[in-house]
Design a protein around this ligand. Structure first.
Ligand code: SAH
Ligand code: SF4
Ligand code: F3S
Length: 482
């Protein structure tokens, strides 16, 4: 799910995300009568929140009379929704801007805009030094896009990178651009108030704020009506979701929000990402256990298995705390799957401390992990306070060790599923064959099985697992649970 992010492509298991790849292109096929409208092309990088934002942008642009296209050569407006999380992600964006610049030269009048997390950091550079773009728009300024486009059309270089304490785009109905019509993503909050020392997100996305609970439930109900059968509630730290009605008559925490969304319909699966180990409560775990349609899967990034490194990272929990949360999950939701994010080679990390991350993979029995080596980000606490002193080869070697171990642990986890039968939501054709369907079980594991007449994406089926790899389960349809 990232082009750089965990939740992006849920099949991208246990991989280092390749941030040098081209971003995801969003578009919607349009009827001919819209052929004479202005066209925009949008490429998105980074996490699911950024992808979700691209759908908000599409909605705002639709109001202004734009339709989406997948062909940048024919577009009037080229947008790139950017990510800053690691250096490689930023490098890719720079390369893309040079390509867009060539199109601008071929088609004068085409506007190029930089959106998202790189906007704030690089506003002056893009506009003044490199002169590659016409607009720079930060994540809280998308409502201003129509004005900025008008300004850019008049030859101004338009910038709005103001971060807001209130903006949640609660009233905007996102256009589901690249959706399979089954899995919908709903942003429930924006920004982040944690100050993990390695992380750029609090600087690029600003302060944490929670969206109106009623608008979230309404969006989930709307998606269900449209045929969607799964929603993923998105936030950098969903466990700190807290919304209070303007008149203070009620307040809703994350456990209560989960419950409200689960009650939309028992056939609507509910997932969420990301949970923070310091904030995930037993109340949330009991809510997951209580509702069959809240999936038994928690993405609980550990980052490091070592307490000293966790302290330097400012994660505000230690190894023991994390282990206790893992135990609580397995106690309250026995068949829950847990996944993680990990960073190797953080400042001053020793070999012994690295071993603690390896042992945590075995302790927590992660079903999958997104693993990275540390990339220093300008302006972060770590960049200001600590030396990025682990040689690149060491970072990479440690990374390959954790990937290797995680693959082994994932495979062991999956092999235990052989012979078991799972309720699976069909999501579409398998990547390899249109004779097979792909779906997921509650634990977020991907299952592949032969198609049968009468079945379609959005249906729930029972699948018995016959084979397993570290990333996928293969199975066959059965009529009932054993
Ligand atoms: N809010 C989520 C993480 C969002 S960023 C959380 O707190 O878990 C997604 C992942 O990118 C992080 O979990 C972390 O593993 C990784 N990451 C963030 N900053 C990084 C950096 N400077 N270098 C390498 N990986 C980083
Ligand atoms: Fe970054 Fe930490 Fe916030 Fe996650 S919780 S977005 S890692 S600062
Ligand atoms: Fe997401 Fe990248 Fe921004 S991970 S929040 S798009 S820096």
């Amino acid at each position: 799910m990232y082009n750089d992010n965990p939740t992006l492509d849920l099949q991208e298991h246990n991989k280092v995300i390749d941030e040098s790849k081209q971003g995801e292109v969003f578009f919607q096929e349009k009827p001919v009568d819209e052929a004479d409208k202005k066209r925009f092309y949008i490429e998105s990088y980074g996490c699911q929140m950024n992808f979700s934002d691209s759908e908000i942008v599409a909605s705002i642009l639709a109001e202004t009379g734009y339709v989406s296209t997948r062909n940048m050569e024919e577009s009037d407006l080229i947008l790139i929704n950017t990510c800053s999380i690691r250096e490689k992600a930023e490098d890719t964006v720079r390369k893309r801007l040079r390509i867009f610049d060539k199109i601008k030269k071929k088609r004068p009048g085409t506007l190029v805009g930089v959106l998202g997390c790189m906007a704030e950091r690089l506003k002056t550079k893009f506009l003044e030094e490199e002169k590659l773009v016409d607009m720079v728009v930060g994540p809280d300024a998308y409502r201003d896009l129509p004005n900025l486009i008008a300004g850019a059309d008049d030859g101004e270089r338009s910038v709005n990178v103001l971060l807001s304490r209130e903006e949640t785009y609660a009233d905007i109905n996102p256009i589901r651009l690249l959706s399979n019509g089954i899995n919908g993503f709903i942003s429930i909050m924006r920004g982040c108030d944690n100050m993990c020392s390695f992380c750029v997100v609090p600087f690029t996305r600003g302060r944490e704020r929670s969206r109106d609970a009623y608008s979230i439930v309404a969006e989930a109900a709307n998606l269900f009506e449209e045929g969607f059968r799964e929603v993923t509630l998105l936030g950098q730290n969903v466990d700190s979701y807290k919304w209070a009605a303007p008149d203070d008559s009620e307040s809703v925490n994350f456990a209560e929000l989960l419950e409200r969304v689960a009650l939309v319909n028992p056939d609507l699966r509910v997932r969420f990402s990301t949970s923070h180990p310091k904030d995930i409560t037993d109340e949330v775990l009991h809510t997951i256990a209580k509702y069959e349609n809240i999936c038994n899967y928690i993405h609980l990034p550990v980052q490091s298995g070592n307490s000293r490194i966790l302290e330097l990272m400012n994660r505000t929990y230690d190894r023991e705390w994390y282990k206790e949360r893992v135990q609580a999950i397995y106690r309250i939701i026995p068949d829950c799957a847990i996944s993680s994010d990990m960073i190797t080679g953080f400042c001053t990390e020793t070999e012994e401390e690295h071993q603690d991350t390896l042992s945590m993979i075995e302790y927590a029995k992660y079903t999958l992990s997104y693993m990275f080596y540390y990339s220093e980000r300008p302006g972060t606490l770590a960049a200001r306070k600590y030396e990025d002193d682990i040689p690149l080869e060491t970072k990479k070697r440690r990374l390959s060790e954790i990937i290797h171990l995680q693959n082994k642990v994932s495979l062991e986890h999956n092999l235990k599923d052989i012979g078991k039968t799972f309720k699976v939501l069909i999501e579409g054709d398998s990547k390899k064959s249109d004779q097979d369907f792909k779906g997921r079980n509650t634990q977020n594991k991907v299952l592949i099985f032969s198609k049968k007449e009468g079945l379609k994406p959005g249906d729930y089926v029972q699948v018995k697992v016959t084979e397993a790899t570290s990333a996928t389960l293969m199975g066959e349809l059965v009529d009932r649970v054993d």
